[in-house]
Design a protein around this ligand. Structure first.
Ligand code: COA
Length: 263
């Protein structure tokens, strides 16, 4: 599977885990339009790539995950191009959120603006103890435009979302863990290892089940409770027809490790 013509991101696939590194060190990995497209292209390719069982998204260098959208580009936006930029970013980040294989953000430093939004679109966020997270858009006279106002409120509740979005202040990794914005905080030197461990664990589970779980959680949280439960029951029923289900149950009863085929 080819991950070609990429200037601003790096891709490495090892042991079923694709690591996508946003790599624009001169601007602390700020994402311009091309970078957003490259991120989208990598996910489109990874969707079709049977060799990819999980994805880790991180930032190049020691200092930043992603320090936001590239302000050099943002400064030139008009109402028309601004809306287009926002919609395109939303589209690509939604494709990450709906990605049928687990996506983990390894937040290795500043995750600001679009960087925080990118991390929030991932299924799980692990932060280094050096990370700082925030949505500073109001300090620039704009608001988050890649789904940030929506995902922040859904992840941490409206009260904290109002505070984060309206002050634009950054919070520490520890504070982010406290409010449920990140799953775990780990020492910076073990961030990569912890993310790989988590990705491998999920990748070893029944892939069709993991895919259904992602769909149930994503779609269900935007539905009425009973509709969400209906979706859950329907997916549950469908999973009962899979080879993975037969294998998982047989392996348990035979006291051996399941060998899932994703079928
Ligand atoms: N867009 C464009 N360039 C950016 C950037 C962004 N979002 N974030 C950082 N950079 C650039 C800086 O302009 C600087 O470039 P220079 O070396 O040519 O001056 C370089 O990256 C290093 O950043 P610097 O500000 O010197 O580092 P710092 O450690 O003092 O501060 C930050 C780090 C992240 C706190 C600070 O860069 C910052 O506030 N960035 C903007 C964050 C933001 O508002 N993001 C939301 C955008 S919608």
């Amino acid at each position: 599977m080819a991950y070609e013509n990429l200037e601003n991101v790096k891709v490495e696939v090892a042991e079923g885990i694709l690591t996508l590194t946003i790599d624009r060190p001169k601007v602390l990995n700020a994402v311009n339009a091309q970078t957003v497209e490259e991120i989208g292209a990598v996910f489109s390719e990874a969707l079709k790539d049977p060799g990819v069982k999980a994805v880790i998204v991180t930032g190049g260098g020691e200092k930043a995950f992603v320090a936001g959208a590239d302000i050099n580009e943002l400064a030139k936006k008009t109402p028309i191009t601004g809306k287009e930029t926002s919609e395109r970013g939303q589209q690509i980040l939604s494709s990450i959120e709906r990605f049928p294989k687990p996506v983990i953000a390894a937040i290795n430093g500043f995750a600001l603006g679009g960087g925080c939004e990118l991390a929030m679109a991932c299924h799980i966020r692990i932060a280094s103890d050096k990370a700082q997270i925030g949505l500073p858009e109001v300090t620039l006279g704009i608001i988050p435009g890649y789904g940030g106002t929506q995902r922040m409120a859904r992840l941490v509740g409206k009260a904290k979302a109002f505070e984060m979005v309206c002050t634009g202040d950054r919070i520490s990794a520890t504070e982010a863990e406290k409010i449920g914005l990140v799953n775990h905080v780990v020492p910076s030197e073990s961030l990569t290892m912890e993310c790989r461990k988590l990705a491998s664990t999920i990748a070893s589970r029944g892939p069709v089940a993991v895919r259904a779980a992602i769909e149930a959680i994503n779609s269900g949280t935007d539905m009425a409770f009973d509709e969400g439960q209906f979706l859950e029951a329907t997916l549950f029923g469908l999973l009962c027809a899979t080879d993975d289900m037969k294998e998982g149950m047989s392996a348990f009863l035979e006291k051996r490790k399941a060998e899932f085929k994703g079928q």
